[in-house]
Ligand binder design. Structure first.
Ligand code: PMP
Ligand code: GLU
Length: 406
């Protein structure tokens, strides 16, 4: 009998992490690799936030904190939800953890019984199905289509709900597609959810501030206040404030669920780092003008990458409305042969070819439950993006058609 549990045997390692680590080990061998695999802003955390952390250390805020986070941070979270989302929470309705990722984990571990189903649209973030499985649940992915802008329709949702459905997990702007659910899209989904009073909504708003098109960001609890008593709103400082490594995420929802999430956290990580919590207070409470600067820079990079990728025969993508990823179709390149003689049968083969031959790390669409795509994070400098696209173009031009390939 092996050491690993049956549960773990069905859980896959994170593809975003795997591709990024593979790139790092190639770099350690002296190869040049541009990493566009992991979604994290290349900007430095703004200085005033770093200063708040330094002051926290000097002031001796280096001890355990409350499981749900220091009061000043929970108050900053309450103020943020009120200011930006018109959501009103009390202190026992918000909690802070080690990134939004841990809050998703805490929420599902606190609420799923063996066999409970979690519905989410695909393409989805690599971690959704795996967190559901780790928490004992069953992923219920709902395929969305390029033609619909990767938006889940009310009919899609209705047909996915069974008497085992516990949650609908929604992520807008979406990782990996960049799709943004409009107010009307959310209202249509809310109308379906009203027919299923036992289904909860987990709204993952981590890319809230990264919206480029005309669609304004909305979140479910705001547009459907009658569903707020069964909605958990998750967010964090990683993407908006260039603070991925600080590990601070937060959530607001019904006190009973938040209390249970705190029980999970109190028996696992206890809380996130005390110093990072003080930095997050500064992030949420202080001047927010750099958010706009970050967003403007991302929009420029998005247009640059979409323009360059669409010039490469066999790759195509639309300009995504939000987040900082381009989800490009590469179906036309599958079945081609690399100069080594290897046939690129899957998007994983293609991604590995780009890593080896172009020196560019991307994530295959299959990691997001959507075969025939690659995801490129454009949260890198314009120079790196230009070099990466040129290298991809060059590598693609060296592929040859195999006999019988389209
Ligand atoms: N949700 C989505 C959709 C993400 O892409 C990420 C990636 N960072 C997270 C949640 C988690 O973010 P973090 O743990 O850094 O707050
Ligand atoms: N969420 C980011 C991504 O999808 C960061 C890596 C991760 O946590 O998966 O690339």
């Amino acid at each position: 009998m092996g050491i690993l549990s049956e549960k773990l045997s069905s859980v896959k390692p994170s593809q975003t992490k795997a591709m990024t680590e593979r790139a790092a080990s190639l770099r350690a061998e002296g190869k040049q690799v541009i990493t566009l695999s992991q979604g994290e802003p290349d900007f430095q955390t703004p200085d005033r936030i770093c200063q708040a952390a330094i002051e926290a250390i000097r002031a001796g805020h280096t001890k355990y904190t409350a499981v749900a986070g220091i009061q000043s941070l929970r108050k900053a979270v309450i103020a943020k939800f009120q200011r930006e989302n018109s959501l009103n929470f009390t202190l026992d309705q918000v909690t802070v953890g080690c990134g939004a990722k841990q809050l998703l984990f805490n929420a599902l571990l606190a609420s799923l019984d063996e066999g409970d189903e979690v519905v989410f649209p695909t393409p989805c973030w690599v971690s959704y199905p795996e967190i559901v499985k780790l928490a004992g649940g069953v992923p219920a992915p709902v395929e969305t289509r390029v033609e619909n802008g990767f938006i889940m329709t009310p009919d899609d949702l209705r047909s996915a709900i069974t008497d085992k459905t516990k949650w609908l997990m929604l992520n807008s702007p979406s990782n990996p597609t960049g799709a943004v659910y409009s107010r009307e899209d959310l209202e249509d989904l809310a109308a379906v959810l009203r027919d299923y009073p036992d289904v909860w909504v987990l709204s993952d708003d981590i890319y809230e501030h990264l919206v480029y098109g005309d669609t304004e960001f909305c979140t479910m609890a705001e547009i459907a206040p009658d569903l707020a008593s069964r909605t958990l709103t998750v967010n964090g400082v990683s993407k908006s404030y260039a603070m991925t490594g600080w590990r601070v995420g937060y959530a607001g929802g019904p006190a009973e669920l938040i209390k249970a999430m705190n029980t999970v956290q109190g028996q696992s990580t206890s809380h996130t780092c005390s110093i990072a919590q003080h930095a997050a207070v500064a992030a949420l409470n202080g001047d927010q003008s750099f958010i706009r600067e970050f967003r403007d820079a991302f929009k420029k990079r998005r247009d640059q990458v979409v323009g360059l990728l669409n010039q490469i025969p066999g790759l195509s993508c639309k300009a995504p409305d939000g987040a900082f990823y381009v989800f490009a179709e590469c179906q036309g390149l599958l079945g081609t042969r690399a100069p080594s003689g290897k046939v690129l049968a899957t998007d994983m083969d293609f991604a590995l070819y780009l890593m080896e031959e172009a020196g560019v790390a991307v994530v295959p669409g299959s990691g997001f439950l959507a075969d025939g795509f690659i995801r490129i994070s454009y949260a890198s400098s314009e120079e790196e993006l230009a070099n990466a696209c040129a290298a991809i173009s060059n590598a693609v031009s060296r592929l040859s058609r195999t006999q019988g390939a389209a």
